[in-house]
Design a protein around this ligand. Structure first.
Ligand code: CDP
Ligand code: MG
Length: 142
């Protein structure tokens, strides 16, 4: 099924000049970029985006890291885009991520782990509009 997902290239990936290499992996996997935006999140933005984790012990450090520098938000479209993006990303902890995944190749720690990807179509439907208005998105694939 063709679906959409939200990915974020996190501040570590952006500061290390990995934007192009990570987007290339998505594109090579037949995911189409249908929205793209670079911005620096305020701590309030990051808190709102990650509110599902607000009771986790890592919440404050996650918010601080995600607002520490520019990020790139991507809306990706393709066959099974949510699970495909999660497979390309690898495990949350880069030390446990399979070889060849984005986190294994570009991330250095569980907090600075290079990318975000929606974990379900339901959350993708919440996360995409967090960053993109309808008018900011490509309407449909050719
Ligand atoms: O990003 P993912 O869906 O793989 O993991 P998550 O469990 O939804 O956690 C969200 C983010 O919180 C992770 O990507 C990490 O950046 C951060 N985190 C952390 O700093 N320390 C942990 N023990 C777990 C997650
Ligand atoms: Mg998650």
């Amino acid at each position: 099924m063709i679906e959409r997902t939200l990915s974020i290239l996190k501040p570590d990936a952006v500061s290390k000049n990995h934007i192009g290499q990570i987007i290339a992996r998505f594109e090579k996997a037949q995911l189409k970029v249908v929205g793209l935006k670079m911005q620096t999140l305020t701590p309030e933005d990051a808190k709102a985006f990650y509110r599902i984790h607000q009771n986790q012990p890592f919440f404050e450090s996650l918010v601080s890291f995600m607002s520490s520098g520019p990020i790139v938000a991507l809306a990706l479209e393709g066959e099974n885009a949510v699970s495909k993006t999660r497979s390309l990303m690898g495990a949350t902890d880069p030390k446990k991520a399979d070889p060849g995944t984005i986190r294994a190749d570009f991330a250095e720690s569980i907090d600075a782990n290079a990318v975000h990807g929606s974990d379900s179509p339901e959350n993708a439907a919440i996360e995409i509009p967090f960053f993109f208005r309808t008018l900011d998105l490509v309407l449909s694939s050719p």
